[in-house]
Design a protein around this ligand. Structure first.
Ligand code: NAD
Length: 354
């Protein structure tokens, strides 16, 4: 691994609890915070999991809001705030959408958050919130947004539908990979990134073979925590910018888009910083990191083309224009022709190339 110095390390303190069945500890965690009336947040589709939380000793005085949706619309946050009443803590059970709602409510109410992640997106480990108002997504970063307690219970994530297993993991792996070549990368974040990818590479084939393998689900949650922590510590680059554009301006689904774009964005950057991505190539046993990621994603059954997600070749010019209007820092200079080629390959499901 390349040693990068000088660096500045800053990580928010969070209490992180791991273990299958650890949802049972929620009552004691609420008591630790002096909370008795949690507002339990989730999506309509995960209402049963929300009710399961509310039935726990120590949480029964709370209430449920099962209206979280993608991209944290301010209208939904305001609706949830109107139902907050005398609730004294926020408990989010769900993926990035639900955890985003908890962050948005914490911003407004200053209440403590407990996150119970059910996907691998990693939002629980970051101080970042992207909320939408009037069709525009605005991202804020504030240490107060980071949930103070995270409970990783494999029994909560193991209901993840099989197609989301691969896409959500690739969403997390994208945080780790971009962390390796971040402008503000640190040896500590790179360590977490490689360990996170390694743990996913071990866990996912096991889960794909047996969905009952709770130890493998726990390992995948460990991987997701590490990758999310990288996202919370260092800046992201081209891959995240493209996914932001494709999700924000073209309505493409979050995790699936990450899954398709990652190998292509890595191929683009690997041409400039092969040494920073060499550990990833070595981990996959492939010639390049991009090839390793592409093969891993395909073997897990992840989608391979943006076309299949509803993106058209005619959309490419506008996407490139938006991406270049407010670019993120990137290790390889961005040029319109290079990005057009990248998006063309990704749209058609072709192999990644530099
Ligand atoms: P999600 O939270 O939108 O969930 C997708 C769907 O899967 C929902 O219908 C949900 O109810 C369902 N689901 C989730 N877990 C399940 C489970 N275990 N079993 C059955 N169904 C389940 O998906 P996501 O990919 O986790 O989150 C995407 C959102 O999170 C995006 O808006 C993205 O911008 C945001 N995000 C933010 C950060 C951050 O740091 N701020 C990081 C990653 C993602």
């Amino acid at each position: 691994m390349q040693f990068h110095i000088p660096f500045t390390h800053e990580a928010g303190a969070a209490r992180v609890i791991f273990g299958a069945g650890s949802l049972a500890l929620l009552g004691q965690e609420l008591a630790r915070l002096g909370a008795r009336r949690p507002m339990v947040l989730t999506t309509e589709g995960q209402k049963a999991q929300g009710l399961q939380v509310l039935a726990l000793e120590g949480a029964r005085g709370g209430r449920l809001f099962a209206g979280a949706v993608m991209h944290t619309p301010v209208t939904v946050t305001e609706q949830a705030m109107a139902e907050l009443g005398d609730c004294d803590c926020l408990v989010a059970i769900g993926g990035g959408s639900t955890i985003g709602l908890a962050k948005a409510m914490a911003l407004r109410s200053k209440l403590a958050q407990i996150a119970l992640p059910t996907t691998f997106a990693g939002s629980e480990a970051t101080p970042v919130l992207g909320q939408t108002a009037a069709g525009e997504k605005i991202t804020l970063s504030d240490p107060a947004l980071r949930p103070g307690t995270i409970i990783y219970d494999a029994e909560l994530v193991c209901s993840l539908p099989t197609p989301m297993l691969a896409t959500s993991a690739l969403n997390a792996i994208a945080h780790a990979v971009e962390g390796l070549y971040a402008k503000d990368r640190t040896p500590f974040a790179s360590l977490m990134a490689m360990e996170g990818i390694r743990a996913f590479v071990t866990a996912l084939p096991r889960i794909a073979t047996s969905r009952e393998d709770l130890e493998a689900w726990s390992m995948a949650q460990y991987a997701s925590w590490l990758c999310g922590s990288v996202l919370g510590q260092v800046g992201m680059a081209l891959h995240h910018k493209l996914c932001h554009v494709l999700g924000g301006s073209f309505g493409l689904p979050h995790a699936e888009t990450h899954a398709v774009v990652l190998a292509h964005a890595v191929a683009y950057n690997e041409a400039a910083v092969p040494q920073l991505l060499a550990p990833v190539a070595a981990l996959f046993g492939s010639e390049t990191a991009a090839q390793g990621i592409a093969t891993f994603a395909r073997d897990l059954g992840a989608p391979v083309s943006l076309g299949a997600l509803g993106f058209a070749l005619e959309d490419i010019d506008r996407a490139v224009e938006i991406a270049l209007a407010k670019p993120y820092w990137n290790p390889r200079p961005l040029d319109a022709a290079g990005l057009r080629g990248l998006l063309q390959r990704a749209t058609l499901g072709h192999a990644p190339a530099a």
